[in-house]
Design a protein around this ligand. Sequence first.
Ligand code: NMX
Ligand code: MLT
Length: 444
Amino acid sequence: NKSLRDTMAEIIPQKQEKLKKLRTEHGQVVLGDVKVENIIGGMRGLKAMLWEASVLDPNEGIRFHGHTIPDCQKLLPAAQGGKEIIPESMLWLLLTGEIPSEAQVRALSKEFADNGTLDSKTVKLIDELDPAMHPMTQFGIAVASLNTTSKFAAAYEKGIKKTEYWTYVLEDSLDLIAKLPSIAARIYYNIRNPGKAGSPDSAASLAVNPKLDLVGNYVEQMGLGGNDSLTEYLRLYIALHGDHEGGNVSAHTAHLVGSALSDPYLSYSAALFGLAGPLHGLANQEVLRWILAMQKSVGDNATREQIKEYLWSTLNSGQVVPGYGHGVLRSPDPRFNALQQFCDVRPELSSSPVIRLVKQVSEIAPGVLKEHGKTKNPYPNVDATSGCLLYHYGLTEFKYYTVIFGVSRAIGALTQLVWDRALGLPIERPKSLSMDAIEKLIPK
Ligand code: NMX
Ligand code: MLT
């Protein structure tokens, strides 16, 4: 039962060797062309980035170190008394490529609980933010402010060798992951209880129980403890949203900002601001708004025709159908399937009107989107369902939903940051071209 740090220290030299071999023996191998359409099309399809922990197959979906979601559900340890994957297990897998033992996962939960408490300056900063400010903006500000505690930034200032960078980045990353639920819960308390920030009652949102896992604590800190089904859902949700290879906006942003040797707090705060966009993580907030408007219009027992009509009215008004489509995936998102299966085996969820409507839409929308003919992927992505479950559980503040995604995405983005520094990757600096420069390169 080796510790996480010892496991990393053992694996890193092997990975460094592998990279050295790739560079020296295969550095000149061509893996694809760059077309004009790649440059003007959001770099879609360009193989231009190293990302260790997960690879996204357009049809099969995400694999974490080669493991599919159902594999992970079988192999990764759950919480004590629970059944679903926990983020601690997923983090261990992402960082090391190995399946952790139960003891290793419990030790990580304990470390997170021991380091989860926020200092009073951070609490004050969050409490003084305008409660009307979007929760994702509050989240990004609070995470960036913690860079005053960065061990990497302090060591860099003193002067350290490049080969030592990763150890400090790992320490910062683990500290940050430990504190994210406390930050997120404090924001939740403040938006739920306007004017009560700093009151004695608000202290519960700061309490970290050393006996609980990361999500167990988060649910208690949000004041939603005692609901085992919600706790299990959030464990699964936060484990599954952790990593989605490197090209998505949030992961890519953390990697880019970190390549300038900005510390993990600054890098991840930048990622959160990318996650806050409606075409990325904010889509789960948008889905709920859209589904509730549909429910208002079509009622609880909508027919196929009514749902089709509603979908067309969204498309004809020039809006995207939130929760559908993807930059890489070309089939239903297996994360969506896993969350749907979570509902299917729980009658209290599968009978909820909003969750029923989400399922009906997922059966009808692909046909409508195919007929509409624009999107390359007419199938649901993970955001099509995630927020609707939160709504069912009584988390009715839609604007908060992306914060939960943000608690999760740190697991993948910070894992890669550790690997970026362990592998000595350079500052990221692709070449850009103006339209005139592109024209000059086009063969006459
Ligand atoms: N509804 C209507 N039109 C769509 C949709 C959709 N759900 N998805 C794509 N299109 C349109 C897209 O706007 C584009 O139109 P135009 O040519 O007029 O610009 C066209 O189809 C081609 O887009 P794609 O190449 O299929 O998609 P792209 O890779 O550019 O974008 C998304 C991917 C995810 C941004 C896009 O599918 C979308 O906007 N979906 C809705 C928002 C959403 O669910 N985002 C969440 C993604 C997951 N996440 O958590 O981050
Ligand atoms: C994600 O999880 O980041 C989204 O599915 C978006 C993406 O992969 O591009």
